[in-house]
Write a protein that binds this ligand. Structure first.
Ligand SMILES: O=C(O)CCC(=O)C(=O)O
Length: 254
């Protein structure tokens, strides 16, 4: 919630990683926007075996629920000695939903070294609600993550996260397969909520990232509270009164 992404290192088995390079080079057949997952990737296909891996399937179900639709998918290739980096961006237009989110899966079938650039991610940027490459002028932000990872790593990201493919200065093509999932059920308590009242949860929701600067980061705490209220169906949840204050609609007349 506070980071905007979940990193699962080396969770895809080596056989699938080895197969991936050929599959991604050939291309994964496109699907119409909003195709149910079960129809988008037929049993036995590479993409289906990927999303059916228990850790991935479980994490997806916790985030978007059962039977999501595939918004779209794409193979992203950064060519060797590619020469340029992508500007920092969010993947779509400004998205004002405070009670729902899409999940983007990014899968790296081979090791990504520093020389290969990696994907730049800005932790805690997902709820700032910018429009596509509005953030393109930012070159480096405090606390940014430049993803280097072992083969078979998967990221699951909130759709709003600011990211960009860094320049590939190596002699190897860098592959990444991205799938965007839309939920089809309310995203309320879809995960194991046994520790919901643990103080560590509220502490995590109050985390400040270095690029916020302390005072402006309050907006992100508020944004998280708003989403957390929706995800837990608890309109009373708050941190430091931020949401209570701005949702107050006084009615007392005497
Ligand atoms: O190539 C990358 O590392 C990221 C590319 C990407 O996510 C995009 O083009 O939106």
């Amino acid at each position: 919630m506070a980071q905007g992404f979940l990193r699962l290192d080396a969770i895809v088995p080596e056989e699938l990683n080895a197969e991936a390079i050929e599959v991604l080079t050939t291309g994964v057949p496109p699907v119409p926007y909003g195709t149910p997952l079960a129809e988008a990737f037929l049993p036995g296909t590479f993409a289906r075996r990927l999303v059916d891996l228990p850790l991935i399937a479980g994490a997806l179900e916790s985030l978007v629920g059962p039977a999501p639709t595939v918004d779209h998918h794409a193979v992203h290739v950064r060519e060797p000695q590619g020469g340029t980096a992508q500007p920092l961006h969010g993947d779509a237009i400004i998205d004002t939903r405070a009670d729902a989110f899409d999940v983007q899966l990014m899968y790296y079938p081979h090791e990504v070294t520093e020389q290969m650039g990696g994907t730049l991610l800005v932790p805690g940027s997902h709820l700032r609600r910018t429009n596509e490459s509005d953030t393109g002028r930012y070159q480096n932000l405090l606390g940014q993550v430049r993803l280097t990872c072992p083969a078979g790593t998967v990221l699951l990201l909130h759709h709003g996260i600011w990211h960009g493919g860094r320049r590939n200065d190596s002699d190897r093509r860098r592959y990444m397969f991205k799938i965007r999932f839309n939920p089809t059920v309310p995203q309320v308590r879809l995960w194991d909520t046994a520790d919901l009242v643990d103080p560590a949860v509220a502490a995590e929701l109050a985390v400040q990232h270095p690029w916020y600067e302390h005072a402006t980061g309050r907006l992100e705490i508020y944004n998280r509270v708003a989403l957390w209220r929706a995800l837990t169906d608890d309109d009373g949840f708050d941190i430091d009164y931020w949401a209570t204050r701005v949702t107050n609609r006084p009615r007392r007349t005497a």
